[in-house]
Design a protein around this ligand. Structure first.
Ligand code: FE
Length: 339
């Protein structure tokens, strides 16, 4: 009898083991709201989600080192430059999914990686120091002009958002133009680059500079009050401006996901990616992280909607160029004194 029960238990264990419904995510996104979404996914599908967090480069290194033994199924990272790097190192596999194709605009995905959210790297200004009329038709390219001397706040060149922005200047102009542009921009910096995007906005509010470069969602996060009353007040003292409205539109980047070449749970990984592009998941994301949805029909959070208005998004620049020119961008930045 005891033997029979033991055999039965072994059978059940083996059965469950072989049918383990799980997916292992390696993510550089640090949001609790993402974890809530994964929990919801488990509730709906019965697929367990295991999360390994880290910086994109560290995750990439681990996946390279573990090679075929890696248990990573899905990588989710901020910035298309990071996705490009995974792709070029041959770490990803092609995915065919009608749902992803339908939900994600053409220019925000390829066969390997898929945009989950949009974010824009824009300018902010301090209205005590400059009038909005002086900024109406400003472009990223304008930031190297002499008139902005000692006025621009921006973080260090090791930041991937900055590298992608500079890469977009290369893509839309030339390497030679970008050399001169970076030189001018560095010349115009209000102080040595330091701190994160929110630090630039705080410095702007306190009058350390006239213009700051930062991603949209950091400003919205400050306005929301979730970062405290002081940061909310600081955000209320500054205003956003979306550059390049008259020509190619404002710089757009993505957070995105991709399935790894040696994924042992490919189907589950694709299911999770598809889930992240549903109306439900997108609504959850925009209301928690203040990013933009990749779905046309999901509106930004009211705070973001109010700050955005009817912007012209850059839909013509090939965003994989942000990855392609990333090391070139960094080289130019360092060569020209962007610390
Ligand atoms: Fe960020």
């Amino acid at each position: 009898m005891l033997v029979r029960i033991s055999l039965y238990l072994i059978f059940i264990f083996a059965f469950n083991f072989l049918n383990a419904k799980e997916v292992n995510i390696f993510t550089s996104r640090h949001y609790d709201s993402d974890i809530q979404l994964y929990k919801k996914f488990t509730k709906i599908t019965g697929i367990d989600v295991n999360v390994i967090s880290g910086k994109a480069k560290a995750l990439e290194k681990r996946i390279v080192e573990e090679d075929k033994d890696s248990n990573a199924d899905l990588v989710i990272v901020a910035d298309v430059g990071a996705l490009y790097s995974f792709e070029k190192k041959g770490l990803l596999q092609k995915i065919r999914s009608e749902i992803l194709k339908k939900n994600i605009p053409n220019h925000l995905r390829n066969d390997y990686w898929f945009g989950i959210t949009k974010r824009s790297r824009i300018l902010f200004y301090n209205p005590d120091l400059i009038k909005s009329e002086d900024l109406v038709d400003i472009t990223y390219e304008d930031l190297s002009k002499q008139k902005w001397k000692n006025k621009i706040l921006v973080r260090k060149s090791d930041n991937i958002y900055n590298q992608s922005l500079v890469a977009s200047i290369i893509e839309n102009n030339s390497t030679k133009f970008t050399e001169t542009w970076v030189k001018g921009l560095v010349n115009n910096m209000a102080r040595k680059p330091r701190g994160n995007d929110r630090a630039q906005l705080l410095a702007l509010a306190s009058g350390e500079g006239t213009i700051a470069i930062a991603n949209t969602y950091y400003y919205a996060l400050m306005l929301s009050g979730k970062k405290g009353e002081d940061q909310k007040k600081a955000a209320q003292r500054i205003k956003p401006i979306f550059p390049n409205q008259k020509n190619r539109g404002t710089h757009i980047n993505i957070s995105g996901g991709a399935v790894l070449k040696y994924s042992k749970n490919k189907e589950n990984a694709v299911k999770l990616l598809e889930f992240l592009t549903t109306d439900f998941a997108q609504k959850h994301i925009v209301d928690n992280t203040y990013e933009y949805s990749i779905l046309e029909n999901v509106e930004p959070n009211p705070i973001v909607k109010k700050m955005t208005g009817n912007i012209v998004e850059d839909v013509t620049t090939d965003i994989s160029s942000f990855g392609k020119f990333q090391s070139k961008a960094l080289e130019i930045m360092l060569k020209n004194g962007w610390q």
